[in-house]
Design a protein around this ligand. Structure first.
Ligand SMILES: [Zn+2]
Length: 111
């Protein structure tokens, strides 16, 4: 596999991950007083993630819009709906819908 050909120093990855976490918490704190800032924080976090190939956690992925990079706060600029076995998270700033299937309990194997 070519993906991990270049070794990333563990310390670098750790620092980048911490910066991303910090940016997420700043975006959260600044969301109500300065919505523009939280968008900017999300842009920086996404740039760090692509540049250093550090992945967002699944929790983090739910917190911004993939299309317009807005920080998503449910009840403010995002809406959650359950439909056809999927969780739909809609960004009310650009209208992008992100849908994630439910985790269903594994069915027992047929006899
Ligand atoms: Zn959006």
């Amino acid at each position: 596999m070519n993906r991990d050909r270049r070794q990333k120093p563990a310390l670098l990855v750790q620092i980048v991950r911490e910066r991303i976490e910090r940016l997420f918490s700043l975006a959260k704190q600044n969301f109500s007083p300065h919505p523009e800032r939280s968008k900017r924080y999300m842009n920086i976090a996404r740039r760090l993630s692509t540049r250093y190939l550090v992945r967002f956690s699944s929790e983090q992925k739910k917190q911004f819009c993939k299309q317009c990079s807005a920080f998503l706060a449910v009840g403010k600029n995002a809406r959650v709906r359950l439909r056809e076995g999927k969780i739909e998270l809609k960004c009310l700033e650009c209208g992008k819908v992100k849908s994630t299937p439910f985790k269903k309990a594994k069915k027992p194997a047929r006899a």
